[in-house]
Design a binder for this molecule. Structure first.
Ligand code: AMP
Length: 280
């Protein structure tokens, strides 16, 4: 496995493979890898000759400096996991390499970024749009793999790829979970031993809501119940609980066969902000 830190080195390395017709799969990450990330690597390996994983904690997508400072950085352990998973190339640039001067481009994803994560994290999706489009141009993969865990990111990257005609096949992969249902996340390692079992309540609240919707409850009823659910757990502060169309992110009134309904939640557990969703 190659570990490369500069754009020039990565381009030179990939050019050699591209010239002989090898297909390239790309998995962008911020590191602190877990099995969820490795499932994306596996999906890429199954479809491509070469798999590239980027590890870059993108400063411009953090609206909260404390969150950026706390974000775990574990490059050595990440590389060991990626090598064992059969990843071919790791691209781990510095912030200076990615942003030699501050980026001035501004993305506006319209409604897609006004709700949920976009509403609570101003500027977040502009930072995501910039880094993902830069990485796409740097790696120039044939296929790319993202996690459904970041449902709004999937919707926004899909829209951006369509708007900018990126010639890349996009795959959204299922969320990997711990045994108690907690969605795997790099942020989970910042949970204290007391907080960790409570984190499973996010998934439990989603499953409860899904059951209610399938039984015919309205989204409003489901949201009221979810609020009550979290009010009973003082350690958790709910940010939002939404029932939306998985593609347009528009609120839906309840579950219908014709839409791809997603239930999305974000909450603070101590200092750690967690998000999760189920799509059905
Ligand atoms: P991150 O390093 O958190 O930016 O995540 C990198 C990629 O891994 C994103 O496409 C995420 O959606 C995806 N990902 C994160 N957690 C999981 C998970 N539990 N299961 C599957 N994919 C995930």
């Amino acid at each position: 496995m190659e570990l490369l830190h500069t754009i020039a080195d990565l381009r030179n390395h990939l050019d050699v493979h591209r010239r002989v017709g090898k297909s390239i799969g790309f998995v962008p990450t911020m590191g602190a890898l877990h099995e969820g990330h490795l499932s994306l690597i596996a999906a890429s390996k199954a479809q491509n000759d070469l798999t590239v994983c980027s590890i870059f904690v993108n400063p411009i997508q953090f609206n909260n400096p404390a969150d950026l400072a706390r974000y775990p950085r574990t490059l050595e352990a990440d590389c060991a996991m990626l090598a064992a998973a059969g990843c071919d190339v790791v691209f781990a640039p510095t912030a200076e390499e990615m942003y030699p001067t501050a980026s001035v481009l501004k993305f506006d994803f319209g409604f897609l970024e006004r709700v949920m994560e976009g509403a609570f994290r101003p500027g977040h999706f502009n930072g995501v749009g910039i880094v993902v489009s830069k990485l796409f141009n740097i790696v120039q993969p044939h296929r790319t793999y993202f996690g459904q865990k970041d449902l709004q990111q999937v919707a926004i990257v899909r829209q951006m790829m369509q708007d900018l005609s990126f010639p890349i096949e996009f795959y959204a992969c299922a969320t990997l979970r711990e045994a108690d249902g907690l969605a795997m996340s790099s942020r989970n390692r910042n949970l204290t031993p007391d907080e960790r079992p409570l984190a499973a309540h996010l998934y439990k609240s989603l499953m409860q809501a899904k059951e209610q919707l399938v039984e015919g409850a309205s989204s409003e009823q489901v949201k009221v119940k979810a609020k009550q659910y979290f009010e009973a757990i003082p350690a958790i502060t709910l940010e939002y609980f939404e029932v939306v169309d998985a593609h347009t992110l528009e609120a839906v009134e309840g579950w219908q066969d014709e839409n791809r309904t997603a239930i999305c939640v974000a909450a603070y557990l101590g200092k750690v902000r967690l998000i999760d969703n189920v799509v059905f």
